[in-house]
Design a protein around this ligand. Sequence first.
Ligand code: HEC
Ligand code: HEC
Ligand code: HEC
Ligand code: HEC
Ligand code: HEC
Ligand code: HEC
Ligand code: HEC
Ligand code: HEC
Length: 464
Amino acid sequence: MKHLPRKIGITSLTLLLVGISAVALAAQAPNLAGLKELVIKRGFTKEALSCIECHAKKIPGTVESWKTSNMSHAGVSCYDCHVVEKSSPMASQCEGLKGTKTYISPMVSSKTCSRCHPQEVEQFLKSGHAALASKAVMDITKIGGKLVKLQFDYEGAGFMDKTKFTWTKGTPEGATGYNRAPRASGCQMCHGTTVELGPDNKPINETWPGGVGTRYPDGSVGTCTVCHTRHKFSIADARKPEACGACHLGPDHPNIEIYFESKHGQQYLSHGDDWRFDSAPDTWEPGDYTAPTCATCHMSGIGELETTHSVNDRLKWDLMHKKSVIRSGERGDGEKGDKLMRKVCANCHGPTHTQVQRTTLDNSVELYNKYWAGAVKMKGELEKKGLLKKDAWRDGFQELMYYLWHHTGRRARQGAAMNAPDYAHWHGFFQVFQVYQDMEAIYNYRLKHNKIEELSTVMSTGPY
Ligand code: HEC
Ligand code: HEC
Ligand code: HEC
Ligand code: HEC
Ligand code: HEC
Ligand code: HEC
Ligand code: HEC
Ligand code: HEC
């Protein structure tokens, strides 16, 4: 047990105070014999200590990172997060607990954290990072809906083996392991899905671990550790752009690439090593850093703004869907978001500078929406004339239309929003225009010849 952490919880705070007065006393009376009688009450119960002690030998890496966390210093241990009621749908026993009355779960949702961090969890749950994130890949309103089909019928062996799946639940019946690979290795690791349980209350069908919006068998939603990586649960980690870059990257939402290309990201890359990332919650301010990270703009307290775990709070536009609209309802309050985001910039920029950026964003959204409206019009006409294939993934026009909004169009909008000229232009509007032109050519061909061209999808090799 030589690796057991020193405990600095409430008990040691008391000790410290006793220590200080003892030092003061010592100045008057040098006899310290009485102090030896002090009983040092450790912060952990016997049960809690047993988890730590045994796991320091089994799965030691976990204990090693936990012991450097602020929560371990405060006396929060394995027991507080992993022990569940016997009646919990997730209850099981590990090897070390067999025969005892203690039940645990390897699954830990935001509900567990809400016992001690209710405000963070409340904000998180109303953001896009919670239920909306997993809904996006589950099609929960439709059995075997479009996106779930993409994961099985197209990317999975439904395509390669020509298997027809029967859909009664989220996972198609008869889907063998490799059919589930695209979902388990991809979508789900970022978005999360519903955890399915076997008879021993352990996850099955590779539905766990998962991404930010994971839905747990007890009805709770959300995995806090996507940013506060376990078992260190660090606030400093979460403030760094890499914490977000795990999911916010790639051709369809290159946020980390956009960031590193922006002046802000250049500052982070040049000077980040000298920035302070461990200031107490809500006290992390300019001075600790010279340029914002993702967290600064979207989450952290700065100036008169308080920290929020709702990443939707400071957003005006919806920049991820086919048509950009001002946010409302479950997506947030766009008018209010605009005001809050401007308050972020006001800490380091003057009003003229910020106004230019916001206007450029509004104009970029308007231009993109024009392209999208044109595409919708063309598609409508082709549809009326029966000149669209039923399977969109085998139809060049429709495939290009997907890239128009999902890849190039998002890059143009998000590049403009977060100040990355190369993404806004070369990966963005330049390709928006190229893709649109190709769509027009296909559209004209189909109208002129009243038929769908052969090998149409060969034309759309996915402009990256
Ligand atoms: C502050 C809460 C918290 C504490 C304290 C904590 N854990 Fe965890 N643990 C989590 C969370 C959250 C997860 C991720 C669960 C999920 O994704 O559903 C997790 C996952 C795990 C897993 C499963 C993942 C894997 O890599 O196998 C193990 C095992 C585990 N913890 C062991 C421990 C041990 C041992 C301790 C004590 C040294 C501990 N935990 C302390 C919250 C905690
Ligand atoms: C005497 C040793 C011992 C004790 C005490 C012990 N464990 Fe374990 N634990 C293990 C071993 C060994 C494993 C891996 C094999 C298994 O899951 O049975 C494990 C696995 C786990 C897992 C991962 C389970 C999974 O399905 O991947 C969690 C979570 C866990 N223990 C939590 C706890 C908690 C919380 C306590 C204290 C209440 C505790 N353990 C007490 C030995 C112990
Ligand atoms: C039993 C109470 C308890 C539970 C359960 C709990 N925490 Fe904590 N947490 C604390 C205490 C106490 C602190 C230290 C004081 C503080 O920073 O607020 C803390 C601090 C933190 C911090 C700040 C760490 C830093 O670097 O300063 C984070 C992040 C955090 N907890 C996340 C979580 C997450 C995520 C969960 C659920 C997986 C969780 N906590 C569950 C009590 C708890
Ligand atoms: C585990 C993956 C993951 C991590 C890590 C992550 N996000 Fe997200 N984020 C997502 C997903 C998935 C969505 C889409 C949610 C939806 O479907 O609405 C999203 C959405 C967002 C949105 C748009 C909100 C909305 O849904 O309308 C913002 C802003 C955002 N994230 C910021 C961040 C920031 C800042 C960080 C880091 C501090 C971060 N994210 C870390 C997965 C992640
Ligand atoms: C690398 C992580 C990652 C993977 C893998 C991933 N996504 Fe996403 N997804 C995100 C992020 C981040 C967003 C938010 C994008 C934004 O704000 O522009 C998002 C947005 C979405 C949205 C729009 C949000 C909404 O609520 O309507 C849908 C739908 C979606 N993803 C579906 C999928 C599907 C289906 C898969 C797998 C076939 C998948 N994603 C794979 C990270 C990922
Ligand atoms: C998208 C990334 C992300 C997710 C997901 C996330 N956090 Fe945080 N969290 C942060 C950032 C960034 C900070 C630092 C805010 C600041 O600068 O003050 C933070 C700070 C905290 C703190 C310190 C106190 C505070 O409010 O500033 C606690 C506690 C905490 N988070 C708990 C949680 C819990 C519980 C969850 C799950 C509901 C969670 N976090 C999910 C990014 C995240
Ligand atoms: C300088 C501040 C700033 C920084 C730094 C920043 N963002 Fe943004 N972000 C914005 C602004 C402004 C918008 C557009 C907001 C609006 O609609 O008004 C935005 C939009 C987004 C969106 C689009 C939401 C949607 O509608 O689809 C996501 C996702 C996002 N940011 C994630 C990130 C991530 C991840 C990082 C770091 C890698 C990051 N941001 C860095 C300011 C910033
Ligand atoms: C913590 C301070 C800080 C915050 C907050 C901040 N910025 Fe910056 N920003 C900088 C620094 C430093 C530079 C680099 C200045 C230079 O290029 O000499 C910069 C540069 C820029 C540039 C590059 C153009 C130029 O040369 O000025 C743009 C655009 C920009 N910021 C927009 C924004 C917007 C929009 C926001 C709010 C959403 C914002 N910034 C928030 C510090 C900040």
